[in-house]
Design a protein around this ligand. Structure first.
Ligand SMILES: [Zn+2]
Ligand SMILES: [Zn+2]
Length: 578
């Protein structure tokens, strides 16, 4: 993506804003603001200067450090230091930024003058008419802010009362906390349960279970964690804290003989647990978080398998525990053998520098090879997506030549020639058939006009699928978790039509997407449509998103055979023939 001088200036200004909020050294802040001004005042495109190797320190106010940062932004579109800084600030501050009308400048004033760092404290201050006195605020701003907060609260209420965070973020929080807890000498077993363990796409709060020697020491350790903002409660066997990220974490210490029963209980889902308990009742057994009891006598509970066995069930994988047929399948011995991360042999969707990715094809291929993959598909954007520097016929031909060369050079990984084609509004494809016929794999996606009617959107995608070169429909619902709802489309019809046309559906493993979702994965399986679990990586680390995709696939009951990219290249190439 071409980076303009103004883009770089915006990033510097945002960086300066956050530094101000953090009360960093004023000289440092000013140097970024000055640099931003220098950049917007330049007639030459700075990105071009970077490409041509010009010495940026010749520009007024640009030293070595700033020059390096400009280079980073010009090349990647991002400033990693800015991302780091965002992580350091209270999560709630970035929530404040989401309130329309509140920019960094106002947030800085709120934070510095009134110590406001959360939506809750902001609401209180607005209700107490404390905002109108602040510099840059007024009666009207105060009213508007209050109105926006109420609207946001209304939204949250609609979604079950509590704000849920994406699994990716929950994982960052959970794994760091778990590692910290494991360091304690009394900790024997530490396990994060709840919807986190079931790999749900969003997580409400974290339930951690522990088995340990002397309980009290671990509880002190738990509440002493650096990210704890508030201790909600602290007891011998249960404590709760609120993290600065605005996220509640509970720790329960259980006895070894109850560990399995507690793990089952706190992993949920509630519906699954009720169904299991019901079977227990039929066998005169009482099941709770302490174990399985016949009268007063405990007959099981040390492991989850023991509990399941007591009611005549095999072990049920956490991802299946939603009471969506897993109990019946378990009773009949029909539980799926879920796909695992280790079954994945390649990644069929990623971007390189040819469009909006950060790395070269070779760098991506090497990263994938290091993960043990046999193949990758290089699927850059097509020309319609100009903001992502999409490929036209000429640049695609260039890319194909480079891939041919790399396939000669790199021995233990195969690079597939692919593209992520835009589906145009009328269902036409963004590049002609004579170009598509030379590709190994054609992906296509809806990237704009999300607001078509159900009928039109469905027709649009079906028409794309009619093209005999199309293999995979990417991120088929278009949703962004917590940010953008899916567009209206008849997914059942898409899946059935994919079957008729020997097309496949993608489960986009990006943690913001996870699209197809679990329900539709199960539908695809039922209809006999294979699913490609792909990361849509734009950078090296994005390749690791595969674990989220596999988690969602498992929630959708997918087995190795249901997932396209568990095939060897030989088998895959046969599958792709239409
Ligand atoms: Zn896309
Ligand atoms: Zn993509």
């Amino acid at each position: 993506m071409p980076v303009h001088n103004n883009d770089i200036a915006d990033i510097f200004n945002e960086f300066a804003d956050l530094l101000e909020i953090k009360r960093a050294n004023p000289f440092r802040i000013r140097s970024y603001r000055n640099a931003a001004r220098t950049l917007t005042g330049q007639s030459r495109n700075i990105s071009d200067m970077v490409r041509e190797g010009d010495d940026l320190t010749q520009l007024p106010g640009i030293g070595k450090d700033l020059a390096a940062k400009i280079k980073e932004i010009a090349e990647t579109g991002e400033l990693s230091k800015l991302n780091d800084l965002k992580k350091e600030l209270p999560d709630d501050l970035s929530k404040l930024m989401k309130i329309p009308g509140l920019g960094p400048k106002k947030i800085k004033v709120l934070f510095q003058d009134l110590g406001i760092a959360s939506v809750k404290s902001l609401k209180k201050a607005a209700q107490g008419h404390k905002l109108r006195e602040l510099e840059g605020f007024g009666d009207k701003t105060e009213q508007n802010i209050l109105g926006e907060i109420e609207r946001i609260e209304e939204e949250i209420k609609k979604h079950g009362g509590k704000e849920r965070i994406k699994l990716f973020r929950a994982e960052q929080i959970a794994e760091k906390y778990r590692e910290y807890l494991e360091k304690h000498k009394e900790a024997e077993k530490i396990q994060v349960a709840g919807s986190y363990r079931r790999r749900r796409e969003t997580v409400g709060d974290l339930d951690i279970l522990a088995v340990c020697g002397k309980e009290t020491g671990l509880m002190d350790h738990f509440v002493g964690y650096e990210d704890v903002e508030k201790i909600i409660s602290k007891g011998k066997t249960k404590s709760s804290v609120l993290l600065r990220a605005g996220f509640q974490v509970d720790l329960r210490v259980v006895q070894p003989e109850s560990y399995g029963a507690a793990l089952l209980y706190f992993t949920g889902s509630k519906d699954h647990n009720i169904a299991v308990r019901k079977i227990g009742v039929g066998k005169n057994l009482k099941i709770n978080e302490y174990g399985v009891f016949k009268g007063d006598r405990q007959i099981a509970g040390k492991t989850e398998s023991e509990v399941y066995k007591a009611v005549g069930l095999p072990f049920i994988e956490p991802e299946l525990r939603e009471d969506r047929g897993e109990i019946e399948a378990g009773q009949k011995g029909n539980l799926p053998r879920l796909v695992e991360l280790g079954d994945i042999r390649g990644d069929l969707h990623m971007h390189t520098r040819y469009s909006d990715g950060r790395l070269t094809i070779k760098e991506m291929a090497e990263a994938a090879r290091n993960k043990g993959y046999e193949y990758i598909a290089v699927s850059d954007h097509s020309k319609h997506l100009t903001v992502a520097n999409g490929l036209d016929e000429r640049r695609l031909a260039e890319q194909m030549k480079e891939i041919d060369k790399l396939n000669q050079e790199l021995k233990d990984i195969r690079i597939l020639k692919s593209i992520e084609l835009d589906i145009l509004e009328d269902g036409a494809l963004d590049l002609p058939d004579e170009v598509l016929k030379d590709l190994d794999l054609v992906l296509c996606s809806v990237h704009y006009r999300f607001n078509l009617s159900l009928e039109k959107q469905t027709k649009r995608i079906l028409k794309a699928m009619d093209n005999p070169y199309v293999n995979i429909i990417c991120h088929p619902s278009g949703r962004l978790i917590n940010e953008r709802p899916p567009y209206e489309v008849n997914m059942e019809k898409l899946i059935k039509s994919a079957k008729e046309r020997n097309c496949f559906m993608e489960l986009n493993a990006h943690p913001d997407r996870l699209d197809l979702n679990d329900i539709y994965c199960k539908m695809a399986k039922k209809e006999g449509v294979k699913v490609a679990v792909s990361t849509d990586a734009h950078a090296q680390n994005d390749l690791d998103f595969m674990r989220f995709g596999v988690g969602q696939a498992r929630r959708g009951w997918l087995e190795t055979g249901d997932v396209l990219n568990t095939r060897s290249w030989k088998d895959l190439s046969e599958e792709l023939g239409r």
